[in-house]
Design a protein around this ligand. Structure first.
Ligand code: SF4
Ligand code: SF4
Length: 350
C-alpha cells in the first residue's frame, strides 16, 4: 500500500472514526507531562508532544495489575480458589507512539512471549493492539536511538507510521493490522511529491540532529567477566541513590514482583513493577542478599541491558535510546557514558 496523506484539519475526523470502533489510547497532557491514556474525546489526543516521561510499557505490562482474586469466606466452597480478575482485551489502537517505544515492545517480547513461556495477558494485549506510530521530527537532546540500531523514523514494531509534515500527516501502512485500521477510516489522499520531499527532509534532519553518539559494537566482543570486574563501576555507582527512577521510566525494564493483598474476606494476587535498583529486589527468604551493595545493583542494571541481554538473545542492546533515564536521573548518571566506558575497557593480556 502506498503512503497516504490527510490534512491537519481533517485528522480529528480520523481519530473519531477510530474511536467509534476501537478503544483509542493517545498521548494526553496530565499536569506537566504527557502520558498514554484512553481518550474519550478527539481533542484529548495531543500529537504535538515531544515524548512521554513514563514509557508506554504499562499498556501491556501495567504498573499494578490484579492477576487473580479469591474468597476467604469461611465455608465458601470456592474459598482460596484463584479466579482470573476481569481484564479488557477488546480491540485497541495506540495512536502517536514513538518509534523507540514500539521497538522496545519487540525487545520485551523475548521475556513475555517465548516458545517456552507465554505471559497470557502480555500476548493477548499485543495481539489486540494496533500501534500507530508518530515519527520524531525533533528528538530530545537526551535521545540516542540512532546509536542503537533504531531511529526517529524507524518502523520496527509498528503497524502504521505517521509523519507530521506541518500541514498534515502522511501514513505508511506496514502490516495487515495497520491496513485493517486505516481501512475503516476515510478522507485520505495520495501523497504529493512536495509532501514526500518534505517528509524526506524531516527524516534526514531528525537523524542528523542525533548523529551517532557511541559505538556499541566493541561491547559485544568484550569478555563478560572482564566487564563485570572492571574498576569503573565504583565511579559509576558513586552518586546513585538507588531511587529506581531509571528502571520505572524505561520501556525495556520489565522486572516485577507478585504479592497477595487481603481485604477482609477477599484477596487479590497483584503483579507490580519492581526494580533491580532496590535492595529488597534480590533479598532471599534466608536473609542472604546477593546484591546487597549499591555497586552490585548499578552494575546489574547496565550489564543486563548492555551485555547479558545482547549475549543471550543476539537481539541488540536492551535499550532503545529513548533517553528517559538520562533526562530524569536526579544525579545525572548517563548510560551513554557507561557505554563508552564499557567499550573502552581494555582486553588485558593474560
Ligand atoms: S535514576 Fe539515577 S540515581 Fe536513581 S536509581 Fe537510576 S541511576 Fe540511580
Ligand atoms: S536504558 Fe534509558 S535510554 Fe535506554 S531504553 Fe531505558 S530509559 Fe531509554
Amino acid at each position: 500500500m502506498s503512503d497516504i496523506y490527510i490534512s491537519r484539519g481533517k485528522f480529528p475526523e480520523i481519530i473519531g472514526q477510530l474511536m467509534a470502533r476501537y478503544r483509542v489510547y493517545a498521548p494526553v497532557l496530565k499536569g506537566e507531562y504527557h502520558e498514554f491514556a484512553k481518550i474519550e474525546k478527539t481533542e484529548e489526543a495531543d500529537l504535538g508532544y515531544q515524548n512521554t516521561r513514563l514509557s508506554p510499557k504499562g499498556l501491556f505490562h501495567p504498573h499494578a495489575e490484579r492477576m487473580f482474586e479469591y474468597s476467604l469466606v469461611k465455608d465458601d466452597p470456592q474459598a482460596g480458589i484463584l479466579k482470573e480478575a476481569p481484564k479488557d482485551f477488546s480491540p485497541r489502537v495506540v495512536l502517536g507512539i514513538r518509534p523507540c517505544d514500539a521497538k522496545a515492545f519487540q525487545l520485551d517480547d523475548v521475556n513475555f512471549d517465548t516458545t517456552a513461556y507465554q505471559d497470557p495477558w502480555w500476548v493477548r494485549r499485543r495481539q489486540t493492539t494496533t500501534l500507530i506510530g508518530l515519527a520524531c521530527n525533533e528528538p530530545c537532546g537526551t535521545c540516542f536511538c540512532t546509536s542503537l540500531g533504531t531511529g526517529p523514523f524507524d518502523t520496527a514494531g509498528l503497524d502504521v507510521l505517521l509523519v507530521d509534515t506541518g500541514e498534515g500527516y502522511t501514513a505508511q501502512v506496514l502490516t495487515q493490522k495497520g491496513k485493517d485500521v486505516v481501512g475503516i477510516t476515510s478522507g485520505w489522499e495520495s501523497v504529493s511529491r512536495t509532501v514526500s520531499e518534505k517528509m524526506e527532509g524531516l527524516r534526514k534532519s531528525a537523524e542528523d540532529s542525533l548523529g551517532r553518539q557511541f559505538d556499541f559494537d566493541p561491547i559485544k566482543q568484550k569478555d563478560m567477566l572482564e566487564l563485570f570486574n572492571a574498576s569503573f563501576w565504583d565511579e559509576v555507582q558513586f552518586a546513585c541513590i538507588n531511587c529506581g527512577t531509571c528502571t520505572f521510566l524505561c520501556p525495556t525494564c520489565w522486572c516485577f514482583d507478585i504479592q497477595d493483598e487481603v481485604w477482609g474476606d477477599k484477596g487479590d494476587r497483584i503483579r507490580l513493577w519492581d526494580s533491580c535498583m532496590f535492595p529488597l529486589f534480590t533479598f532471599h527468604g534466608s536473609g542472604h542478599n546477593p546484591r546487597s551493595q549499591k555497586l552490585q545493583r548499578v552494575r546489574q542494571r547496565f550489564m543486563h541491558k548492555l551485555k547479558y541481554y545482547p549475549d543471550k538473545y543476539h537481539n541488540g542492546a536492551a535499550c532503545v535510546g529513548c533517553g528517559r533515564c538520562v533526562k530524569f536521573c536526579p544525579v545525572n548518571i548517563d548510560i551513554r557514558e557507561v557505554v563508552r566506558r564499557m567499550s573502552a575497557t581494555c582486553v588485558c593480556p593474560a
